[in-house]
Design a protein around this ligand. Structure first.
Ligand code: SDX
Length: 422
Protein backbone atom coordinates (compact mmCIF):
# COMPACT_ATOMS: atom_id res chain seq x y z
CA UNK A 1 0.00 0.00 0.00
CA UNK A 2 1.62 3.26 -1.07
CA UNK A 3 1.28 6.48 0.91
CA UNK A 4 -0.76 8.14 -1.85
CA UNK A 5 -4.24 8.71 -3.23
CA UNK A 6 -5.45 8.36 -6.82
CA UNK A 7 -8.05 10.71 -8.28
CA UNK A 8 -9.86 9.58 -11.42
CA UNK A 9 -11.84 11.85 -13.74
CA UNK A 10 -14.69 9.51 -14.72
CA UNK A 11 -15.55 11.74 -17.66
CA UNK A 12 -12.26 10.82 -19.36
CA UNK A 13 -10.99 7.83 -17.37
CA UNK A 14 -7.78 9.80 -16.72
CA UNK A 15 -6.27 9.37 -13.24
CA UNK A 16 -3.51 11.00 -11.19
CA UNK A 17 -1.71 9.47 -8.19
CA UNK A 18 -0.77 12.03 -5.53
CA UNK A 19 1.65 11.23 -2.66
CA UNK A 20 0.48 11.88 0.90
CA UNK A 21 3.13 14.11 2.53
CA UNK A 22 2.93 15.19 6.21
CA UNK A 23 -0.77 14.28 6.25
CA UNK A 24 -1.63 16.36 3.19
CA UNK A 25 -1.85 16.08 -0.60
CA UNK A 26 -0.75 18.79 -3.04
CA UNK A 27 -3.73 20.42 -4.78
CA UNK A 28 -1.44 21.45 -7.66
CA UNK A 29 -1.36 17.77 -8.68
CA UNK A 30 -5.11 17.36 -9.19
CA UNK A 31 -5.31 20.79 -10.85
CA UNK A 32 -3.39 19.25 -13.78
CA UNK A 33 -6.02 16.52 -14.07
CA UNK A 34 -9.09 18.63 -13.29
CA UNK A 35 -8.48 22.16 -14.64
CA UNK A 36 -11.38 24.47 -13.78
CA UNK A 37 -12.87 22.04 -11.24
CA UNK A 38 -12.84 23.37 -7.68
CA UNK A 39 -13.09 21.47 -4.38
CA UNK A 40 -15.80 23.29 -2.42
CA UNK A 41 -14.86 23.68 1.28
CA UNK A 42 -16.62 26.69 2.93
CA UNK A 43 -14.91 27.73 6.22
CA UNK A 44 -11.97 25.49 5.26
CA UNK A 45 -13.26 22.59 7.39
CA UNK A 46 -11.07 20.06 5.53
CA UNK A 47 -8.59 22.32 3.73
CA UNK A 48 -5.00 23.07 4.78
CA UNK A 49 -4.28 26.67 3.81
CA UNK A 50 -0.54 26.35 4.33
CA UNK A 51 2.34 24.27 5.63
CA UNK A 52 3.52 25.52 9.02
CA UNK A 53 6.19 24.54 11.56
CA UNK A 54 5.03 26.79 14.40
CA UNK A 55 2.24 25.02 16.35
CA UNK A 56 0.95 21.46 16.36
CA UNK A 57 -2.58 20.48 17.42
CA UNK A 58 -3.96 16.98 17.81
CA UNK A 59 -7.66 17.64 18.23
CA UNK A 60 -8.67 14.04 18.93
CA UNK A 61 -6.21 13.72 21.81
CA UNK A 62 -6.23 17.30 23.08
CA UNK A 63 -2.55 17.97 22.29
CA UNK A 64 -1.07 21.46 21.80
CA UNK A 65 2.66 22.06 21.18
CA UNK A 66 4.57 25.27 20.33
CA UNK A 67 7.60 24.35 18.20
CA UNK A 68 7.41 20.83 19.66
CA UNK A 69 7.18 21.83 23.33
CA UNK A 70 3.98 20.63 25.11
CA UNK A 71 1.83 23.54 26.28
CA UNK A 72 1.64 22.02 29.77
CA UNK A 73 5.44 22.33 30.20
CA UNK A 74 5.59 25.86 28.79
CA UNK A 75 2.71 27.03 31.01
CA UNK A 76 4.44 25.60 34.08
CA UNK A 77 8.05 26.62 33.36
CA UNK A 78 8.22 29.45 30.82
CA UNK A 79 7.24 33.11 30.45
CA UNK A 80 5.26 34.89 27.74
CA UNK A 81 8.31 36.66 26.30
CA UNK A 82 10.33 33.42 26.25
CA UNK A 83 7.43 31.69 24.46
CA UNK A 84 7.20 34.66 22.08
CA UNK A 85 10.89 34.22 21.23
CA UNK A 86 10.30 30.48 20.70
CA UNK A 87 7.34 31.02 18.36
CA UNK A 88 9.22 33.59 16.28
CA UNK A 89 12.64 31.92 16.16
CA UNK A 90 11.86 28.21 16.44
CA UNK A 91 14.10 27.59 19.47
CA UNK A 92 14.07 28.55 23.16
CA UNK A 93 16.54 31.42 23.72
CA UNK A 94 19.90 31.08 25.46
CA UNK A 95 20.30 33.27 28.55
CA UNK A 96 22.04 35.95 26.46
CA UNK A 97 19.43 35.80 23.68
CA UNK A 98 16.66 35.99 26.29
CA UNK A 99 18.19 39.06 27.98
CA UNK A 100 18.66 40.83 24.62
CA UNK A 101 15.07 40.00 23.60
CA UNK A 102 13.61 41.24 26.90
CA UNK A 103 15.71 44.42 26.64
CA UNK A 104 14.43 45.04 23.09
CA UNK A 105 10.78 44.58 24.08
CA UNK A 106 11.15 46.60 27.28
CA UNK A 107 12.55 49.55 25.34
CA UNK A 108 9.77 49.66 22.74
CA UNK A 109 6.71 49.84 25.00
CA UNK A 110 6.16 53.60 24.61
CA UNK A 111 3.65 55.06 22.16
CA UNK A 112 4.31 58.15 20.03
CA UNK A 113 2.77 61.01 22.03
CA UNK A 114 0.72 62.26 19.07
CA UNK A 115 -0.73 58.76 18.81
CA UNK A 116 -1.27 58.29 22.56
CA UNK A 117 -2.89 61.67 23.20
CA UNK A 118 -5.21 61.75 20.20
CA UNK A 119 -6.07 58.18 19.23
CA UNK A 120 -8.97 58.16 21.70
CA UNK A 121 -10.27 61.66 20.91
CA UNK A 122 -12.35 60.27 18.01
CA UNK A 123 -14.19 57.76 20.24
CA UNK A 124 -16.98 57.89 22.81
CA UNK A 125 -15.82 57.36 26.42
CA UNK A 126 -17.59 53.96 26.49
CA UNK A 127 -16.16 52.71 23.17
CA UNK A 128 -15.57 48.95 23.27
CA UNK A 129 -11.81 48.43 23.83
CA UNK A 130 -11.64 45.91 20.95
CA UNK A 131 -12.93 48.58 18.58
CA UNK A 132 -10.28 50.94 19.96
CA UNK A 133 -7.52 48.31 19.72
CA UNK A 134 -8.41 47.20 16.18
CA UNK A 135 -8.39 50.77 14.86
CA UNK A 136 -5.40 51.89 16.96
CA UNK A 137 -3.17 49.11 15.66
CA UNK A 138 -4.05 50.00 12.06
CA UNK A 139 -3.40 53.67 12.83
CA UNK A 140 -0.01 52.80 14.31
CA UNK A 141 1.11 51.81 10.79
CA UNK A 142 1.09 55.51 9.83
CA UNK A 143 3.87 56.20 12.36
CA UNK A 144 6.13 53.52 10.85
CA UNK A 145 5.88 53.85 7.03
CA UNK A 146 9.11 51.84 6.69
CA UNK A 147 7.07 48.81 7.84
CA UNK A 148 5.90 48.45 4.22
CA UNK A 149 9.34 47.04 3.37
CA UNK A 150 8.17 43.55 4.27
CA UNK A 151 10.93 41.87 2.23
CA UNK A 152 13.69 42.93 4.68
CA UNK A 153 13.93 40.40 7.54
CA UNK A 154 15.57 42.85 9.98
CA UNK A 155 12.87 45.46 9.23
CA UNK A 156 10.20 42.79 9.76
CA UNK A 157 11.69 41.95 13.15
CA UNK A 158 11.84 45.64 14.13
CA UNK A 159 8.08 45.96 13.51
CA UNK A 160 7.42 42.66 15.29
CA UNK A 161 9.28 43.96 18.37
CA UNK A 162 7.25 47.20 18.26
CA UNK A 163 3.91 45.37 18.02
CA UNK A 164 4.66 42.79 20.73
CA UNK A 165 5.94 45.60 22.99
CA UNK A 166 3.19 48.13 22.34
CA UNK A 167 0.04 45.97 22.40
CA UNK A 168 -0.12 45.96 26.25
CA UNK A 169 0.40 49.75 26.27
CA UNK A 170 -2.37 50.32 23.69
CA UNK A 171 -4.67 47.90 25.54
CA UNK A 172 -4.10 49.50 28.93
CA UNK A 173 -4.55 52.97 27.42
CA UNK A 174 -7.93 51.91 26.01
CA UNK A 175 -9.00 50.66 29.43
CA UNK A 176 -7.83 53.77 31.28
CA UNK A 177 -9.61 55.96 28.68
CA UNK A 178 -12.86 54.04 29.18
CA UNK A 179 -12.57 54.42 32.97
CA UNK A 180 -11.78 58.14 32.84
CA UNK A 181 -8.44 57.37 34.49
CA UNK A 182 -5.11 58.98 33.60
CA UNK A 183 -2.78 56.97 31.32
CA UNK A 184 -0.01 55.09 33.17
CA UNK A 185 3.34 55.12 31.40
CA UNK A 186 5.21 51.84 30.90
CA UNK A 187 7.96 51.09 33.42
CA UNK A 188 11.30 49.54 32.53
CA UNK A 189 11.84 48.07 35.98
CA UNK A 190 8.91 45.65 35.59
CA UNK A 191 8.70 42.49 33.47
CA UNK A 192 6.28 42.35 30.53
CA UNK A 193 3.27 41.01 32.41
CA UNK A 194 3.80 43.03 35.58
CA UNK A 195 4.20 46.18 33.46
CA UNK A 196 0.85 45.47 31.78
CA UNK A 197 -0.87 45.05 35.16
CA UNK A 198 0.79 48.27 36.36
CA UNK A 199 -0.47 50.21 33.31
CA UNK A 200 -3.91 48.75 33.92
CA UNK A 201 -4.38 49.04 37.66
CA UNK A 202 -1.84 51.30 39.36
CA UNK A 203 -3.36 54.42 40.87
CA UNK A 204 -0.82 57.08 41.85
CA UNK A 205 1.65 54.31 42.76
CA UNK A 206 5.12 54.75 41.27
CA UNK A 207 6.16 51.54 42.97
CA UNK A 208 3.16 49.34 41.97
CA UNK A 209 4.00 45.61 41.98
CA UNK A 210 1.24 43.07 41.27
CA UNK A 211 0.42 40.19 43.61
CA UNK A 212 2.81 37.34 42.58
CA UNK A 213 -0.04 34.78 42.25
CA UNK A 214 -2.04 37.12 39.98
CA UNK A 215 1.05 37.98 37.96
CA UNK A 216 1.81 34.27 37.47
CA UNK A 217 -1.78 33.56 36.43
CA UNK A 218 -1.59 36.38 33.85
CA UNK A 219 1.71 34.93 32.56
CA UNK A 220 0.12 31.48 32.18
CA UNK A 221 -2.90 32.95 30.39
CA UNK A 222 -0.63 34.86 28.00
CA UNK A 223 1.38 31.70 27.26
CA UNK A 224 -1.79 29.66 26.61
CA UNK A 225 -3.22 32.28 24.24
CA UNK A 226 0.01 32.95 22.28
CA UNK A 227 -0.73 30.76 19.26
CA UNK A 228 -3.11 28.13 17.94
CA UNK A 229 -2.09 27.33 14.32
CA UNK A 230 -4.57 28.35 11.58
CA UNK A 231 -7.46 29.73 13.66
CA UNK A 232 -9.75 32.37 12.19
CA UNK A 233 -7.73 35.42 13.25
CA UNK A 234 -4.36 33.92 12.29
CA UNK A 235 -5.81 33.02 8.90
CA UNK A 236 -6.93 36.66 8.58
CA UNK A 237 -3.39 37.85 9.38
CA UNK A 238 -1.88 35.48 6.82
CA UNK A 239 -4.43 36.38 4.12
CA UNK A 240 -4.04 40.14 4.57
CA UNK A 241 -0.25 39.77 4.87
CA UNK A 242 -0.17 37.76 1.64
CA UNK A 243 -1.09 40.96 -0.25
CA UNK A 244 2.19 42.38 1.18
CA UNK A 245 0.31 44.78 3.41
CA UNK A 246 2.34 45.90 6.43
CA UNK A 247 2.27 43.94 9.73
CA UNK A 248 0.23 46.60 11.58
CA UNK A 249 -2.80 46.35 9.27
CA UNK A 250 -2.34 42.56 9.13
CA UNK A 251 -2.54 42.42 12.93
CA UNK A 252 -5.48 44.85 12.87
CA UNK A 253 -7.33 42.49 10.52
CA UNK A 254 -6.59 39.65 12.93
CA UNK A 255 -7.98 41.74 15.81
CA UNK A 256 -11.17 42.20 13.82
CA UNK A 257 -11.55 38.45 13.32
CA UNK A 258 -10.77 37.73 16.98
CA UNK A 259 -13.48 40.18 18.09
CA UNK A 260 -16.26 37.85 16.91
CA UNK A 261 -18.18 35.87 19.60
CA UNK A 262 -17.49 32.58 17.80
CA UNK A 263 -13.74 33.23 18.28
CA UNK A 264 -11.97 35.45 20.79
CA UNK A 265 -15.18 37.24 21.74
CA UNK A 266 -16.34 34.00 23.37
CA UNK A 267 -14.67 34.69 26.73
CA UNK A 268 -16.76 37.85 27.08
CA UNK A 269 -19.86 35.93 25.93
CA UNK A 270 -19.24 33.19 28.53
CA UNK A 271 -19.43 35.70 31.39
CA UNK A 272 -22.62 37.19 29.99
CA UNK A 273 -24.04 33.66 29.66
CA UNK A 274 -23.14 32.75 33.27
CA UNK A 275 -24.63 36.02 34.51
CA UNK A 276 -27.80 35.35 32.47
CA UNK A 277 -28.11 31.86 34.00
CA UNK A 278 -27.79 33.62 37.32
CA UNK A 279 -27.87 30.69 39.69
CA UNK A 280 -26.81 27.08 40.17
CA UNK A 281 -30.46 26.00 40.07
CA UNK A 282 -31.06 27.52 36.62
CA UNK A 283 -28.33 25.49 34.89
CA UNK A 284 -30.49 22.53 33.86
CA UNK A 285 -33.11 24.78 32.26
CA UNK A 286 -30.42 26.67 30.33
CA UNK A 287 -28.90 23.43 29.06
CA UNK A 288 -32.33 22.41 27.76
CA UNK A 289 -32.55 25.71 25.84
CA UNK A 290 -29.13 25.02 24.33
CA UNK A 291 -30.25 21.54 23.28
CA UNK A 292 -33.38 23.10 21.80
CA UNK A 293 -31.18 25.30 19.63
CA UNK A 294 -32.31 28.50 21.37
CA UNK A 295 -28.86 29.20 22.83
CA UNK A 296 -25.21 28.31 22.27
CA UNK A 297 -23.11 27.05 25.18
CA UNK A 298 -20.41 29.71 24.90
CA UNK A 299 -16.93 28.50 25.80
CA UNK A 300 -17.83 25.02 24.57
CA UNK A 301 -16.95 23.35 21.28
CA UNK A 302 -14.04 23.71 18.91
CA UNK A 303 -13.33 23.14 15.23
CA UNK A 304 -10.22 21.11 16.00
CA UNK A 305 -10.45 19.84 19.59
CA UNK A 306 -12.91 16.95 19.82
CA UNK A 307 -11.64 16.38 23.33
CA UNK A 308 -11.00 18.62 26.33
CA UNK A 309 -9.04 21.73 25.21
CA UNK A 310 -5.72 21.28 27.08
CA UNK A 311 -5.65 25.01 27.75
CA UNK A 312 -9.02 24.89 29.54
CA UNK A 313 -7.66 22.28 31.93
CA UNK A 314 -4.64 24.45 32.79
CA UNK A 315 -6.76 27.59 33.19
CA UNK A 316 -9.19 25.75 35.47
CA UNK A 317 -6.27 24.88 37.75
CA UNK A 318 -4.87 28.43 37.62
CA UNK A 319 -8.28 29.80 38.60
CA UNK A 320 -7.98 28.28 42.06
CA UNK A 321 -4.65 30.10 42.64
CA UNK A 322 -6.28 33.40 41.65
CA UNK A 323 -9.37 32.85 43.80
CA UNK A 324 -7.10 32.11 46.78
CA UNK A 325 -6.06 35.78 46.48
CA UNK A 326 -9.20 37.46 45.17
CA UNK A 327 -11.88 35.29 46.74
CA UNK A 328 -13.91 32.75 44.74
CA UNK A 329 -15.73 34.13 41.73
CA UNK A 330 -19.45 33.63 42.54
CA UNK A 331 -20.08 32.48 38.95
CA UNK A 332 -17.61 29.58 39.34
CA UNK A 333 -20.17 27.20 40.80
CA UNK A 334 -22.50 27.86 37.87
CA UNK A 335 -19.64 27.18 35.43
CA UNK A 336 -18.63 23.97 37.19
CA UNK A 337 -22.26 22.76 37.24
CA UNK A 338 -22.65 23.66 33.54
CA UNK A 339 -19.54 21.64 32.68
CA UNK A 340 -20.69 18.69 34.81
CA UNK A 341 -24.16 18.62 33.21
CA UNK A 342 -22.89 19.13 29.65
CA UNK A 343 -20.17 16.47 29.85
CA UNK A 344 -22.76 13.91 30.96
CA UNK A 345 -25.36 14.83 28.33
CA UNK A 346 -25.41 12.89 25.02
CA UNK A 347 -26.26 16.10 23.10
CA UNK A 348 -22.82 17.50 23.92
CA UNK A 349 -20.95 14.19 24.10
CA UNK A 350 -22.22 13.10 20.67
CA UNK A 351 -21.16 16.45 19.18
CA UNK A 352 -17.81 16.25 21.02
CA UNK A 353 -18.43 19.58 22.73
CA UNK A 354 -15.98 20.17 25.56
CA UNK A 355 -14.90 23.34 27.40
CA UNK A 356 -12.45 25.37 25.31
CA UNK A 357 -9.88 28.00 26.25
CA UNK A 358 -12.61 30.61 26.76
CA UNK A 359 -14.78 28.77 29.26
CA UNK A 360 -12.85 29.50 32.45
CA UNK A 361 -10.55 32.35 31.44
CA UNK A 362 -13.22 35.03 31.89
CA UNK A 363 -13.81 33.98 35.51
CA UNK A 364 -10.15 34.68 36.25
CA UNK A 365 -10.15 37.99 34.40
CA UNK A 366 -13.29 39.15 36.21
CA UNK A 367 -11.85 38.21 39.61
CA UNK A 368 -8.64 40.08 38.78
CA UNK A 369 -10.67 43.23 38.19
CA UNK A 370 -10.83 43.36 34.38
CA UNK A 371 -14.18 44.55 32.99
CA UNK A 372 -15.90 42.06 30.65
CA UNK A 373 -15.28 44.30 27.63
CA UNK A 374 -11.51 43.86 28.15
CA UNK A 375 -11.56 40.07 27.95
CA UNK A 376 -11.01 39.78 24.19
CA UNK A 377 -8.28 42.43 24.43
CA UNK A 378 -6.58 40.09 26.92
CA UNK A 379 -6.69 37.44 24.20
CA UNK A 380 -5.35 39.80 21.52
CA UNK A 381 -2.28 40.91 23.50
CA UNK A 382 -0.59 37.48 23.69
CA UNK A 383 -1.97 36.28 20.34
CA UNK A 384 -0.17 39.17 18.62
CA UNK A 385 3.09 37.18 18.62
CA UNK A 386 1.28 34.15 17.17
CA UNK A 387 -0.19 36.25 14.37
CA UNK A 388 3.24 37.75 13.67
CA UNK A 389 5.03 34.39 13.76
CA UNK A 390 2.63 33.17 11.08
CA UNK A 391 2.88 36.44 9.11
CA UNK A 392 6.68 36.06 9.15
CA UNK A 393 6.49 32.35 8.17
CA UNK A 394 4.12 33.16 5.30
CA UNK A 395 6.60 35.69 3.90
CA UNK A 396 9.57 33.36 4.41
CA UNK A 397 7.64 30.69 2.47
CA UNK A 398 7.36 33.12 -0.47
CA UNK A 399 3.58 32.66 -0.30
CA UNK A 400 1.50 33.85 -3.28
CA UNK A 401 -1.42 36.21 -2.64
CA UNK A 402 -4.34 34.37 -1.05
CA UNK A 403 -7.11 34.20 -3.65
CA UNK A 404 -9.52 31.23 -3.36
CA UNK A 405 -11.78 30.20 -6.27
CA UNK A 406 -15.59 29.81 -6.03
CA UNK A 407 -18.38 27.60 -7.28
CA UNK A 408 -20.73 30.01 -9.16
CA UNK A 409 -24.43 29.38 -8.49
CA UNK A 410 -25.85 32.67 -9.84
CA UNK A 411 -28.04 33.32 -12.93
CA UNK A 412 -26.89 32.68 -16.51
CA UNK A 413 -25.75 35.54 -18.81
CA UNK A 414 -28.59 37.97 -19.65
CA UNK A 415 -29.03 41.37 -21.36
CA UNK A 416 -29.56 44.72 -19.61
CA UNK A 417 -33.21 45.88 -19.68
CA UNK A 418 -34.13 49.58 -19.65
CA UNK A 419 -35.80 50.73 -16.42
CA UNK A 420 -39.10 51.53 -18.18
CA UNK A 421 -39.47 47.90 -19.20
CA UNK A 422 -38.67 46.25 -15.85
C1 SDX B 1 -11.51 30.02 20.05
O1 SDX B 1 -9.81 27.88 15.96
C2 SDX B 1 -9.21 28.08 17.06
O2 SDX B 1 -8.17 27.50 17.34
C3 SDX B 1 -9.87 29.09 17.97
C4 SDX B 1 -9.23 29.25 19.35
C5 SDX B 1 -7.83 29.85 19.26
O3 SDX B 1 -7.05 29.64 20.20
O4 SDX B 1 -7.59 30.63 18.30
O5 SDX B 1 -9.15 27.99 19.98
C6 SDX B 1 -10.04 30.18 20.22
O6 SDX B 1 -12.09 30.71 19.24
C7 SDX B 1 -12.23 28.95 20.83
C8 SDX B 1 -13.74 28.85 20.46
C9 SDX B 1 -14.50 29.93 21.22
N1 SDX B 1 -15.92 29.98 20.72
C10 SDX B 1 -16.92 29.60 21.51
O7 SDX B 1 -16.79 29.09 22.63
C11 SDX B 1 -18.29 29.87 20.91
C12 SDX B 1 -19.18 28.64 21.08
N2 SDX B 1 -18.66 27.59 20.19
C13 SDX B 1 -19.17 27.50 18.88
O8 SDX B 1 -19.84 28.53 18.30
C14 SDX B 1 -18.48 26.49 17.98
O9 SDX B 1 -18.25 25.37 18.73
C15 SDX B 1 -17.19 26.91 17.28
C16 SDX B 1 -17.38 28.19 16.54
C17 SDX B 1 -16.10 27.08 18.29
C18 SDX B 1 -16.82 25.81 16.31
O10 SDX B 1 -17.79 25.80 15.34
P1 SDX B 1 -17.80 24.68 14.17
O11 SDX B 1 -16.55 23.88 14.18
O12 SDX B 1 -18.16 25.38 12.90
O13 SDX B 1 -18.93 23.70 14.66
P2 SDX B 1 -20.46 23.83 14.23
O14 SDX B 1 -20.93 25.23 14.50
O15 SDX B 1 -20.58 23.29 12.84
O16 SDX B 1 -21.19 22.87 15.28
C19 SDX B 1 -21.20 21.47 15.08
C20 SDX B 1 -22.43 21.02 15.87
C21 SDX B 1 -23.71 21.78 15.52
O17 SDX B 1 -24.80 20.94 15.87
P3 SDX B 1 -25.64 20.22 14.64
O18 SDX B 1 -26.00 21.33 13.65
O19 SDX B 1 -24.67 19.22 14.07
O20 SDX B 1 -26.83 19.60 15.32
O21 SDX B 1 -22.24 21.27 17.27
C22 SDX B 1 -23.19 22.26 17.71
C23 SDX B 1 -23.73 22.94 16.48
O22 SDX B 1 -25.05 23.42 16.72
N3 SDX B 1 -22.44 23.21 18.53
C24 SDX B 1 -22.88 23.73 19.65
C25 SDX B 1 -21.82 24.52 20.13
N4 SDX B 1 -20.78 24.45 19.29
C26 SDX B 1 -21.17 23.64 18.29
N5 SDX B 1 -24.07 23.61 20.29
C27 SDX B 1 -24.19 24.31 21.44
N6 SDX B 1 -23.20 25.09 21.98
C28 SDX B 1 -22.02 25.20 21.34
N7 SDX B 1 -21.06 25.96 21.87
Amino acid sequence: MSESITITDNRTGEAVEIPIVNGGVDAAEWKKLLPGLWFLDPAFGTTASTESAITYLDGANGVLEYRGYPIEQLAEKSSHLEVAYLLLNGELPTAEQHDDWVHEITHHTYLHENFRRHVHDAFHYDAHPMGLLTSSVAGLSTFYPEAKDIEDPSNRMEQIVRLVAKMPTIAAAAYRFSMGLPFVFPRNDLDYTSNFLSMMFSIAEDDYVPDPALKRAMEILFILHADHEQNCSTTAARVVGSSHADPYVSVSAACGALYGPRHGGANEAVLRMLAEIGSYDNVDAYVERVKGGEERLMGFGHRVYKNYDPRARIIKDAAHDVFAVTGKNPLLDIALKLEEVALADPYFVDRKLYPNVDFYSGLIYQSMGFPTEMFTVLFAIPRTVGWLAHWQEMLEQGSRIARPRQVYTGVETRDYTPIESR
